[in-house]
Write a new protein. Structure first.
Ligand SMILES: Cc1cc2nc3c(=O)[nH]c(=O)nc-3n(C[C@H](O)[C@H](O)[C@H](O)COP(=O)(O)OP(=O)(O)OC[C@H]3O[C@@H](n4cnc5c(N)ncnc54)[C@H](O)[C@@H]3O)c2cc1C
Length: 237
């Protein structure tokens, strides 16, 4: 039986699993998605072309997180996103000191690095939880069952609430957490005029646009022959 079962392979789940593994606990991560990283996932399209699906870049603020990212830069997991970043949003003040860190091969590089020595299972959705005799009985999709001494759920708040409301003090789930929905549109175009790496707009619908090619230190010709890759992210509130 596992000491710890971690639900979610995003940055939270992989950080916790990495910590527990270092403490010599037996730990396994389960995620319902096809790949690692959760909201920092990287979507491949026709082999070599890829997009950061959610998280665009990291800008560490706390001392601890800065130290962690320094280690990842040293290990060539993260690098600075160079290029021309334009900020044309007049409603928010730009912090020019923000560094923009990105994964060498997609932003899920962080989860991949943290889970390097840890067992994980993808396409495993946790559907139901029962607790009997101090043991967590976890029921996954396709009638798969796992038992564990401890359970850690890192799913976003609404999903965690659904799974855990029987087990967690009611007060916690009374808190109002506002989740804004976001739509990410991935666009491939053969237009190569745009030299910007990203721009942050003033528009309520189209929040952010980034040129994924600018993350690779490659030009579009080297990637696919003629495609230029753009990611357009629209935030709906
Ligand atoms: C469009 C978008 C853009 C963003 N841009 C940025 C940015 O530029 N910079 C930044 O710092 N942050 C950004 N963020 C926020 C950042 O992505 C998240 O804060 C961070 O990735 C959350 O990590 P997490 O591990 O807590 O959760 P998640 O990454 O959501 O991980 C939770 C995991 O749990 C899994 N899961 C859920 N339910 C189940 C279940 N029942 N069974 C099994 N698995 C389950 C999910 O598949 C997921 O992989 C952005 C988010 C979005 C959506």
């Amino acid at each position: 039986m596992l000491d710890y079962c971690v639900i979610g392979s995003g940055i939270s789940g992989s950080t916790i699993a990495n910590y527990l593994n270092k403490k010599k606990y037996s730990v396994k991560v389960f995620d319902k998605a096809n790949g690692l990283g959760g909201r920092s996932s990287y979507k491949r399209f026709k082999g070599k072309i890829g997009f950061d699906h959610g998280l665009q870049y990291i800008s560490p603020k706390t001392k601890e997180f800065k130290n962690f990212t320094k280690l990842l830069i040293k290990k060539r997991i993260l690098k600075q996103w160079k290029g021309k970043h334009s900020f044309i949003n007049t409603k928010v003040k730009e912090n020019k000191k923000h560094v923009k860190l990105i994964g060498y091969s997609g932003n899920n590089s962080i989860s991949k690095f943290l889970l390097k020595n840890i067992k994980y299972q993808l396409k495993y959705e946790l559907l139901n939880i029962k607790r009997e005799k101090n043991i967590w009985n976890l029921y996954f999709i396709n009638n798969k069952k796992i038992t564990a001494k401890n359970l850690i759920v890192t799913a976003p708040f609404p999903q965690s609430k659904k799974l855990l409301s029987k087990f967690v003090k009611k007060n916690l789930f009374k808190s109002k957490v506002k989740i804004n929905s976001a739509i990410t549109v991935l666009v491939i175009t053969n237009k190569t005029k745009n030299k910007l790496s990203s721009f942050f707009t003033n528009d309520n619908t189209l929040g952010w646009v980034s040129n994924e090619n600018s993350k690779k230190d490659l030009n579009s010709k080297k990637i696919s022959g003629f495609y230029k890759v753009h990611l357009i992210m629209a935030n709906y509130i």
